[in-house]
Ligand binder design. Structure first.
Ligand SMILES: [Zn+2]
Length: 236
């Protein structure tokens, strides 16, 4: 499996369903390279970096985290360059690290989530770290020629959700923002979903990238979200 291009400056390494590995993105600026999400393990990071090298791209200078869930963050200790996350993401990661010091909790996770069990089969070490840099509302990074606008957004999936908009390339990265909350019995908060839909509608982008699906156009994603949202149902 290799790196795929959305534009000549925006790339992604596709998601993998058997271990729940999310898509990892790479933004190639003239000055800096920014990766989106750190993957679910050191092995996932290694695999991503091999794909970057094969495409003639250097390792990222920065890695931004979309939200605290294990599949997006447990590779963070192994990345090159510096990591960036929302302050709430770091708070949740520190809580998770404390819980993981209990072997019974690790066993529970491996049983409860077969993807986690496969990624961390045997005695493979689980290492959780918080990020090198953190922000509260919005952080704008000039990568040289392209800009990454990273901002906290309301989402039904997790309270620490960060979206990344690359206005020059018209791409919006949403992590898992449009999904239900798996830590609250799969509850879909329709008010939060509608707030997120409004956010996507007003964003100037052509592509919307979710972490665990194929690449979508903005209209594909909105049509899907209207279909699952009471308020917007049947509007288009
Ligand atoms: Zn998630």
């Amino acid at each position: 499996m290799g790196l795929k291009a959305i534009t000549d400056k925006v790339f992604y390494y596709p998601h993998q369903t058997d271990t729940d590995r999310p898509m990892l993105a790479y933004l190639k600026g003239n000055k800096f390279a920014l990766a989106i999400d750190a993957g679910n393990s050191a092995m996932h990071v290694d695999e991503f970096y091999v794909a970057l090298e094969a495409a003639g791209l250097r390792k990222p200078d920065f890695t931004i985290i979309t939200h605290w869930h294990w599949d997006h963050t447990f590779g963070m200790h192994h990345i090159g360059g510096a990591s960036i996350a929302h302050s709430k993401t770091n708070e949740l990661l520190r809580q998770e690290r404390n819980k993981l010091s209990d072997g019974a909790y690790v066993d529970f996770l491996k049983e409860d989530d077969p993807c986690f069990g496969r990624e961390y089969a045997g005695d493979k070490e689980i290492i959780v770290v918080s990020s090198d840099m953190e922000f509260a509302d919005e952080l704008i990074l000039d990568l040289g020629g392209i800009t990454a606008i990273m901002y906290h957004a309301v989402s039904p999936h997790s309270e620490d959700t960060v979206l990344i908009h690359i206005p020059e390339e018209k791409v919006l990265f949403l992590g898992d923002a449009t999904s239900e909350d798996f830590f609250n019995n799969g509850y879909m908060d329709r008010d939060k979903l509608n707030t997120l839909i409004n956010e996507i509608e007003k964003t100037d982008c052509q592509y919307c990238v979710l972490s665990h699906t194929e690449l979508l156009t903005k209209q594909d994603l909105l049509n899907y979200l209207y279909s699952i949202s009471n308020v917007h149902g049947g509007r288009l």
